[in-house]
Design a protein around this ligand. Sequence first.
Ligand code: ADP
Ligand code: ZN
Ligand code: ZN
Length: 814
Amino acid sequence: MFAEVILPLNLSRTFTYSVTAAEWDFLQKGMRVAVPFGKNKIYTGLVIELHENEPSLYEARPISQILDEKPIVTEIQLAHWFWISSYYMCAIGDVYRGAMPSALLLESETLISLKGDSYFEKDNLSDQEFLVYQALMHQSSLKVAEIMSLLNKKNIFPVLRKMMENNVISIREEVHEIYTPKLVKYIRLHPDYSEASDLQGLLEVLKSAKKQKDAVMSYFQLSAEKKPVPLKRLSEMSGTSAAVIKGLVEKGIFEDYFIREDRVDFGDDEGNNTLNLSPAQQTALKDIQSVLEAKEVCLLHGVTASGKTEIYLRLIEQYIKDKKQVLYLLPEIALTTQLVGRLQKHFGNKVSVFHSKYSNNERVETWNRVLESSDKAQIVIGARSALFLPFNDLGLIIIDEEHEQTFKQQDPAPRYHARDAAIVLASQHQAKVLLGSATPSLETYYNAQSGKYGLAEITERFGNVMMPDIELVDIKDKYFRKAMTGHFSDTLTGYIAEALSLGEQVILFQNRRGYSPVVECLTCGHVPQCPQCDVSLTYHKFKNQLRCHYCGHHIAMPVNCHQCGSIDLTTKGFGTEQIEQELSEIFPQAKTARMDQDTTRGKYSFEKLIDSFKNREIDILVGTQMLAKGLDFDNVSLVGIMNADNMLYYPDFRAFERSFQMMVQVSGRSGRSQKRGKVIIQTFNPMHNTIQQVTRNDYEGMYKEQLYERHIYKYPPYFRLIRLTLKHRDYERLKSGSSWLYEVLKQNLDIPVLGPEEPSISRIRNEYIRTIMVKIPQEKALGTTKKTIRKVLNSFETIAQYRSIKVIVNVDFY
Ligand code: ADP
Ligand code: ZN
Ligand code: ZN
């Protein structure tokens, strides 16, 4: 008897293990098993089938251990994972690893210990070996990772190998279950005393033990609530110590027991939080409802601050009444404390948050709640990975800000698009999908236009608030007139001064973090580059460092040019850090803060920033695209876009679409209540079509223009893109390998194959990069094309000199 098992490794196939008769009886699909793999590794596998077909190529090894009492992965999930693996051309093992909270994938950590019974010459040990030996005298075993830090080096395997050969140490593998549910102790009456008639007798017995008698009396009071009695509460109420209660347990009067307590718990102040929908919201809701009766997917295209969230709430309500599960996906969970609060206010305890910043334990808890269809997880709110939770009865998926590119996972595999994978998941559950955005992706809007998705619209802001007034500032002209202070035009500083004088808040957007992107030598023109990547280093003034944004490499800001020794160094371009500094000089009295990757690393730093901005402790918030994601501040009257051009000229076919989305979204943070907001866009190209479309809030115009371009240049939605990325440290080998792959693909596919191209950043962490793009016309069968690509990749791997070239497949490249 055999079990078919997926392993959490980059492996496309499943593996067959043998099971005993007893295990066979117990095992079910979707349970985890610890299995040996390779020489002495142990992994957590997932059983996907039980069968009697002996593998022909290898001898099935027995499983080591069954890890679950019941399945923790559902059949629908498995089907969904296999869809992802086939559609996105990645290993099922990668999907499994990506889908499960890591705490459910047991870790196999190598433990090292002394070999107690052997003899060796201590004097023959090297210094490092002696260190290890000494440490192991004090501690029975050490993890490989601990020894690394002990010796302060990565490559410790030679040291360990030698010690093993000399019989000093041995290696053993051990599996740890990381997840430890938090247990709470409860107290109940021993069954002997549960009869009412015994109570008098009981109190009689305890007459002389006053404290114990108090505890028993309090117990009766508490148990009148007909709920389990926690030890802690009993002790508090009776004013007795845990030791007194323990004495009662020892006497056989009480019993203690455990109930697993949920870690993430929100108070349950449910209900009466319903706002009245505006007529526009009501119409949109009705439209959505009627669309969803006929179609699976509906797009809600509503301008910024039109009140989309409130509509989502109403729709969720409807599915909750029908006892369905609801999944609410957001581009980035850290940005959504506001929304989480809103949902909890409305739905109380029914909301669970699935958050990559939450601990392993908390994530396992949510997993289990969803699996058990617990009320507490009827609504799950999370970023893309929440898609992998074990839903039983999903009724609705909401995808807010559906245009956000963070929904597409770039690295590592599975490189899935959460919006598209959610639509597939919904159809497996026969659930509905609502996509929401003020600036829908071209693909989605195209699907809504073609009738594949339904469409509902809101064209006005909630509460008759006007769309912000957008003013363009031509900075070429301003420089010419000497009307710039640093990177601020006099127009922008004028409006900032006005807003500040009225006690209103300001948001400034700059698409780049750091102080300035480039340091240049004025004498020889040298620009410091990252030694491992094909990019120049970014100057971070506060740390006085040059940093690489691709690999993290950093050096102290040089005083002289490394090339010619000149001290005439200058900085070019600007980032958020420089804006913040210029601000402090122009408006020394204003309180400013910066929101970008550098300032929001800690667990709650993002939330803190948002809170203090909301509480008006900050006057001016400077930030990167993080600002664009659905934040709602009611006192912001001015938004400044420092430079619209660097977004527009980004080398990407989506650059105009993205710039439009970014500018409209950032602008949308302005004037969200009552007073009409103001937006200043500084640009060298005020007549650029995309910028003009932003000023008119002309989504349709942008859509039509871009769609036309996509058609001509063969891009989505007319063509699907599969991008192959090849990487190797050896430039020549990569070059010949990518040419080979390109030629063979071209011969085997009768569709456009482009490349092999050197991307604009052609080396990262010392690996050279080439890309090949396959464009698949809409009418062409996707499956057969992928099969062909797979075949070609398989032959590529059989060529000895190319085997070491990494090939990354990105389906629906974003
Ligand atoms: P969007 O997501 O469309 O940008 P929001 O959902 O953030 O807009 O709503 C914008 C603002 O209007 C929020 O402050 C929200 O609380 C308020 N709002 C929306 N709908 C209502 C309503 N029906 N009653 C009262 N306030 C509302
Ligand atoms: Zn120089
Ligand atoms: Zn680098």
